[in-house]
Design a protein around this ligand. Structure first.
Ligand code: APR
Length: 230
């Protein structure tokens, strides 16, 4: 009975690519169209709140137009056989909508907003549009519940703990460019099988015990799940 085996899955934008959500660093990615410093930093929020609000409003609006893909659904299938814990860098809700039950959002969630005065006041936004004048219960402007560049990643200790508890580690659709998320693989116990699913050729030679599956998330994850279930 595999149930007691724990599979920890670290996902990035690539698992949502086939659902139609842009990745960040592929050609045509978000950071080709927008300057990170203009839309994804606390300084940007202070300098041009309307532009930052609009950037996240557009991405949040898109959530209503996309669906999970076979990569997300394969991870739900995996839950029938293993203790599956997902650590995602993504801010979309596709893992949850596919039916995954243990999802940790390292970089926040598009559908949530929070007080700009008290980070513990987090709300689920009704609809896709956050507007100037939408205030928290303490009267301060609500902001996207997103970890911006230069801000701390509060979930990292929990994610590191999870990574060190994995019996099998799976990395799907991340360029492993952004720390501290990219450093989570260092917490995986030596000798733990690590699988990496990505269509491009990432320089991951430094990761010991790694099996590279050079496929898109939809087909690669399905294949891996079938292999693990056997
Ligand atoms: N299936 C699987 N992987 C894919 C697919 C696909 N269909 N298409 C692209 N990829 C891979 C790319 O090859 C790349 O390795 O997904 C990865 C996407 O990398 P990034 O665009 O850098 O996205 P990510 O790694 O999630 O970025 C991390 O950076 O901008 C910040 O906070 C943001 O969470 C984000 C973080």
């Amino acid at each position: 009975m595999n149930k007691q085996k724990r599979i920890v899955v670290l996902t990035g934008a690539g698992i949502s690519a086939e659902s139609g959500i842009s990745t960040f660093r592929d050609s045509g990615g978000l950071w080709e169209k927008y300057d990170i410093m203009e839309v994804a930093t606390p300084e940007a929020w202070h300098r041009n709140q309307a532009l930052v609000m609009e950037f996240y409003n557009q991405r949040r609006k898109q959530l209503y137009e996309v669906q999970p893909n076979d990569g997300h659904y394969a991870l739900v299938e995996l839950e029938k056989h293993f203790d599956v814990q997902i650590i995602t860098q993504n801010v979309d809700d596709l893992h949850e909508r596919a039916g995954s039950t243990n999802v940790m959002h390292l970089h926040g969630e598009l559908k949530k907003v929070r007080s700009s005065a008290d980070e513990d006041l987090v709300y689920t936004l009704d609809g896709w549009e956050l507007k100037a004048g939408d205030l928290c219960e303490k009267g301060s402007q609500l902001r996207p519940h997103i970890v911006w560049f230069g801000e701390p990643v509060p979930m990292i200790p929990a994610a590191a703990e999870l990574s060190s508890s994995a019996d099998i580690y799976v990395i799907i659709g991340t360029s492993l460019n952004v720390y501290p998320a990219a450093g989570l693989v260092d917490y995986v116990r030596p000798g733990t099988p690590i699988y990496l699913i990505d269509p491009s050729d990432l320089s991951v030679g430094h990761i010991r015990g790694l099996t590279m599956i050079r496929e898109k998330a939809s087909t690669g994850t399905k294949k891996l799940v079938q292999q693990l279930i056997k």
